[in-house]
Each structure stands twice: as structure tokens, then as C-alpha cells.
Design a protein around this ligand. Structure first.
Ligand SMILES: Nc1nc2c(c(=O)[nH]1)N[C@H]1C(S)=C(S)[C@@H](COP(=O)(O)O)O[C@H]1N2
Ligand SMILES: [Mo]
Length: 313
């Protein structure tokens, strides 16, 4: 049975009605198993998307219109699938995002291994519309579907040694053809301080535009930290470990002078090779100013009180 999924619907069709309406319409047509990329998502997990809640933490101002599905899924950074912006959409088509397990372990009382679809079925999903600012100087507004990372972290009961959270993606060079070259050390890794990881704005995304996450955007599950440069938002997360020491991160390891651990969006601290004062919103012609903490300063600036953000870039 052929189902018209949101990814087959023209962006104009989607923006003309609410995300939820378009979702419900095609859900009515669906039955049995739905094809998600090249893996299968169970109907039960799929149903989790039906009960999507709008989050009060979404960015919904008229200055930040949501980017189209076509923009969000065709202009990507995902070096596992190539370094060109259009490489991930092409090369991630065959990626097997299901079945998938996510482990949360380390300095915790109750380590867990989660099946991603069981999680989607169990944990209430929210729509979170956030700005995404890439360190390269472009940005988008993306309607993620996900849940607070804190929900999982609380379940595993961090102990008093847990100070940081380390995230690890997957290494599968046969499927991830970009990994056949050592552009970065694979797998891609990232990290947060525990309080950053627990912050209500920090989510694990399992979808966007009301549907499951496209492969090029990090299926089946990726981190989203909206006040930090995009590279912190690691895609295809497989392992999460609570640790005592600041963990290594891919871009810091590749070039520590240019990419720090914190990587908070900051127009006052330029990249050594370009200014960070402005950005190009995908779909717009002229550049717009970059906002401190990507516009989320009211919610997150307190995390960095007393820190020299030029030193801790
Ligand atoms: N595993 C992995 N995660 C990644 C990347 C990557 O190359 N590999 N690129 C990062 C960068 S630089 C950005 S800007 C965002 C882009 O997310 P998007 O393609 O969904 O917009 O993903 C981030 N997460
Ligand atoms: Mo990026």
C-alpha cells in the first residue's frame, strides 16, 4: 500500500494547514506497518505521533517563520553521509534506522537500554519549534518532535559522580559512506554539562513536521540543543553515558582552537576564520543579526553566570 507521507507532500500543502491536521489526514489512510526510511516503525509507535502536544517552549514569533520541509530535508550537515549540503539527502536513503536501541549508562543507579519505538510509544511527544544556528553562519527554524532529554536522565537516576553527559553516534562505514574517509574520527561524539543536559530546552528529537525523523536529519533519534551551534546536536544517537570528566567532542578534537566544548551561539565571539555577528536564514536573501544564545538567553544565560564566554567558547 502506498501512503502519501508528509515527505511526499509539497511544502505548500503543509504550510496551508496546521501540522497536526496534515498529520491526522494521512494517519487516517495508514494501516499496519509504515515504511520509515528503509526500516519499519510499528503502528503503536506511530500512534505516539498522533498525540503530539504543542509546547509552550516553542519559538513561534512572526520573525521566525518555520522553514519548509523541503529546506529542512535537503540542506543538511551530516558528514557520515558526505560533506556537501545535498549529500545526506541522497546518501542516507538506505540507512537502517530501525530497529534501534539507545543505551543510557555510566554514573547512574539504573542503566537502561531502550528500544526507540517502545520509547516513542511510551513517552509523550511534543512539538518543539526551535531555531537552529550552524557555526558556519546559516540558520533555520525547525518544528521538531521529541521529548526532554531530562525525562530519560531522571529515569536512570544519575549518581553524585555524574557531572557531564557524553553522546555517541554510530559507526557503520558500509551504510555511512562518508565514514570511509577519516574526515572526522568516527563515530561522531558530543557532550554537555549535566545541567545543560537537564535543561528543559534540551530535547531528544524523534521527528519533525509531525512525522518520524528523516534519515538525513538524524533518524531515528538525535539531540537538539537550540542555544548552541548546530554541531552539538548530534544525530543518530546510540549511546548516552553520564560521566565524571568533560568528554571529548568530535569538532573540538578535530580543531580545538576553532570549536570549543561549550559552543554556545555567541555573536560577540567570532570564529577564527569568520564573523559570527550575522547569519543567513535559509530561504531569506539578506543576513540577519545572530542573537546571544541563539535567542534563548532568557532561559539559559544563568547556566553560564560568572564564566568568561570568550575563554569558554
Ligand atoms: N552524527 C552527526 N551529527 C551531526 C552532524 C554530523 O556531521 N554528524 N552535523 C551537525 C551540524 S554541523 C549541524 S549544523 C546539524 C544539522 O542538522 P540538520 O541537518 O538536521 O539541520 O547537525 C549536527 N549533527
Ligand atoms: Mo553546523
Amino acid at each position: 500500500m502506498l501512503i502519501k507521507r508528509p515527505s511526499d507532500i509539497a511544502p505548500s500543502e503543509i504550510t496551508s494547514k496546521s501540522l497536526f491536521e496534515s498529520r491526522r489526514e494521512w494517519m487516517k489512510m495508514a494501516s499496519g506497518l509504515l515504511v520509515a526510511g528503509s526500516g519499519l516503525i510499528s503502528m503503536e509507535a506511530e500512534a505516539g505521533f498522533q498525540k503530539l502536544m504543542k509546547s509552550p517552549l516553542s519559538t513561534t514569533g512572526k520573525d521566525d517563520p518555520i522553514n519548509t520541509l523541503a529546506e529542512i530535508t535537503s540542506y543538511n550537515n551530516y558528514y557520515e553521509f558526505g560533506t556537501g549540503k545535498d549529500d545526506p539527502a541522497q546518501n542516507a536513503k538506505g540507512f537502517k534506522a530501525r530497529p534501534w536501541t539507545l543505551t543510557v549508562s555510566g554514573e547512574v543507579g539504573k542503566p537502561q537500554t531502550y528500544d526507540i519505538d517502545a520509547l516513542i510509544k511510551r513517552i509523550p511527544l511534543e512539538e518543539r519549534i526551535y531555531r537552529l544556528r550552524c557555526v558556519e553562519g546559516w540558520s533555520m527554524v525547525i518544528p521538531w518532535v521529541g521529548f526532554p532529554l531530562a525525562t530519560l536522565l531522571k529515569e536512570v537516576a544519575p549518581n553524585s559522580n555524574a557531572k557531564f553527559v557524553a553522546f555517541e553516534s554510530i559507526k557503520r562505514p558500509k551504510e555511512m559512506i562518508g565514514q570511509q574517509e577519516e574526515v572526522l574520527a568516527w563515530p561522531y561524539v558530543e557532550g554537555l554539562r549535566l545541567d545543560e543536559a537537564m535543561h528543559p530546552l534540551t530535547i531528544l528529537a524523534v521527528g519533525l513536521y509531525g512525522d518520524i525523523l528523516p534519515n538525513q536529519n538524524g533518524a531515528p533519534v538525535r539531540l537538539v540543543v537550540p542555544w548552541k551551534y548546530g554541531f552539538k546536536s548530534i544525530k543518530a544517537v546510540q549511546n548516552i553515558r553520564l560521566v565524571q570528566q568533560m568528554p571529548p567532542t568530535s569538532w573540538n578534537r578535530a580543531n580545538s582552537r576553532e570549536y570549543g566544548f561549550y559552543s554556545n551561539v555567541n555573536p560577540a565571539v567570532d570564529h577564527p576564520r569568520w564573523s559570527q555577528k550575522t547569519e543567513r536564514r535559509i530561504g531569506e536573501f539578506s543576513r540577519r543579526p545572530t542573537l546571544p544564545f541563539n535567542g534563548y538567553a532568557n532561559q539559559v544565560a544563568h547556566l553560564y553566570q560568572g564564566m568568561d564566554l570568550k575563554k569558554y567558547y
